[in-house]
Design a binder for this molecule. Structure first.
Ligand SMILES: Cc1cc2nc3c(=O)[nH]c(=O)nc-3n(C[C@H](O)[C@H](O)[C@H](O)COP(=O)(O)O)c2cc1C
Length: 191
């Protein structure tokens, strides 16, 4: 069992990015892991903007990240990049805050023209925080996520299938990391 933090970074309470993240979190829980949500819009704005990592709420969020074995980082695409709320949080983390952790990056956006935000914008900034690995991420087109009244979420199969796949690769990598951490022999490769 691993502890996996999920970073939610849309400023919107009704969020397609959160809907995708919740779907991933369910897959992680079904695999037997503990999911710890870190919801950035619930952090106090002024300390966040001032980069005050001593604020108690922010310190708790940073500690939750530190305590995790792995992290799912989600963001809406804004202005052809990851969101500003995520950046304010990443900016106040210690330089190697993701050391030893496995990271899964996920974004939602309005146009397929910006699918590369995951790999050209988000991945490099996450890499600077020294994770042990960043597994393949995914960009979900907002049109493929429907928020139904009452809280139900529908994700088109065209988006859901690759999301399941990148989550499975992430889970395999987390399992491999746990084996190494426990000093176990790695699994034999299957030819
Ligand atoms: C201010 C703003 C800027 C946006 N810029 C982009 C953009 O450059 N590229 C893109 O693909 N989508 C863009 N979008 C669309 C959002 O990425 C998309 O609607 C996303 O799913 C919103 O996520 P949320 O529901 O979690 O907030 C933008 C939306 C807003 C509100």
């Amino acid at each position: 069992m691993a502890v996996i933090a999920t970073i939610s970074s849309s400023p919107n309470r009704t969020s397609k990015t959160d809907a995708v993240l919740t779907d991933i979190a369910r897959q992680l829980q079904r695999a037997g892991h503990v999911v710890v949500p870190v919801v950035l819009r619930d952090l106090p704005a002024e300390p966040l903007l001032r980069g005050n990592a001593h604020d108690p709420d922010i310190a708790r969020a940073v500690a939750a990240l530190e305590a995790a074995d792995a992290v799912v980082v989600s963001t809406p695409v804004y202005k052809a990049a990851y969101g500003g709320l995520l950046k304010t949080f990443l900016d106040l983390l210690p330089q190697f805050a993701l050391r030893g952790k496995v990271v899964l990056p996920v974004a939602t956006g309005g146009t397929p023209a910006h699918v590369l935000v995951v790999d050209y914008a988000l991945r490099p900034v996450l890499a600077s925080l020294a994770p042990s690995s960043i597994t393949p991420g995914w960009f979900v087109l907002a049109d493929h996520v429907t928020l139904v009244e009452g809280g139900e979420v529908l994700i088109d199969e065209v988006a859901h299938r690759p999301l399941r796949e990148v989550t499975a690769v992430f889970l395999d990598t987390v399992a491999g990391r746990s084996l190494v951490a426990a000093g176990a022999e790695p699994r034999e490769a299957v030819a």
